[in-house]
Design a protein around this ligand. Structure first.
Ligand code: FPP
Length: 248
């Protein structure tokens, strides 16, 4: 059995999940604790995301989904929203070559029509450039809300029923419906990690997380690193996933 020894504990590399979903929470509080503006926390949050991506790649995780900006986040002060949008744009421009050379496929999920044209152009370029990569898929949820995603999927299903592409509505099952979601083609996340000790799902991947293991951890996102990830994975490996069935 392939065992990696990490400090005084071991992680079973044969039971690594394929897909991890993350709610990167706590950037603002991290900055406040240091008497810095909230945007400083967001900049550190980018570094934490880079660390997490490298850690996932090292561990053989194939999909990482991160909640970058929700449909509700527009209610934040205009200045912070503007800063985040500029940060996403500049990060994409700066990092896309590096992501590409590391075999990362980047995919954006959410109501992308609601984003400004400059950002959408960067998104299109990054998705196009990395579309054939297969080491790891990074899903970035931007202007994302799960209810909005499900509603958009319903609208597309209804459209395909009306156009006759779906001839028999009894054929609309879990698999078919999943193929209309923004995450089409990705396996469902085996686990969700939310940092900053908040125990909420916050309109994130409501369909996809139905049977995921949930981890609410006491660490602000800018402090998240490989050690934290491994500690969650070890905990995950101890859990007994039953999918509504009986104990093993
Ligand atoms: C939560 O902190 C984080 C966000 C609102 C999302 C922004 C995430 C990043 C900048 C990380 C990098 C991501 C990408 C895609 C470049 P918060 O503001 O909710 O913190 P608080 O709860 O302490 O106020």
């Amino acid at each position: 059995m392939d065992i990696q020894v990490v400090e005084d504990v071991s992680l079973n590399l044969e039971a690594i999940p394929q897909h991890i979903a993350v709610i990167m929470d706590g950037n603002g509080r991290w900055a406040k604790k240091r008497n810095q503006p909230r945007v400083f926390g967001h900049k550190q949050g980018v570094l934490a995301l880079k660390r997490t991506l490298i850690a996932c790649k090292d561990l053989g995780i194939k999909y990482l989904s991160v909640y970058a900006f929700s449909t509700e986040n527009w209610s934040r002060p205009e200045k912070e929203v503007g800063f985040l949008m500029t940060l996403f744009k500049s990060m994409l421009k700066k990092e896309v070559n590096d992501l590409d050379s590391n075999g990362v496929k980047i995919k954006f999920c959410g109501d992308l029509q609601g984003l400004d044209k400059g950002l959408r152009d960067q998104i299109d370029k990054a998705e196009e450039k990395t579309k054939n990569n297969s080491v790891l898929q990074l899903n970035v949820m931007l202007n994302y809300g799960a209810r909005n995603e499900i509603l958009r999927a319903c609208q597309s299903v209804v459209h395909d029923v009306q156009s006759g592409q779906i001839a028999d509505i009894s054929k609309i099952d879990d698999d078919l419906f999943s193929s209309y979601l923004d995450t089409a083609g990705c396996p469902e996340p085996e686990l969700l990690i939310r940092t900053s000790n908040e125990s909420r799902i916050s309109n994130y991947l409501l369909w996809q997380l139905s049977y995921s293991e949930l981890f609410f951890i006491d660490c602000l996102w800018p402090d998240f690193d490989k050690k934290q990830l491994i500690s969650v994975l070890k905990d995950y490996q101890k859990r007994n996933r039953r999918f509504g069935g009986l104990h093993a």
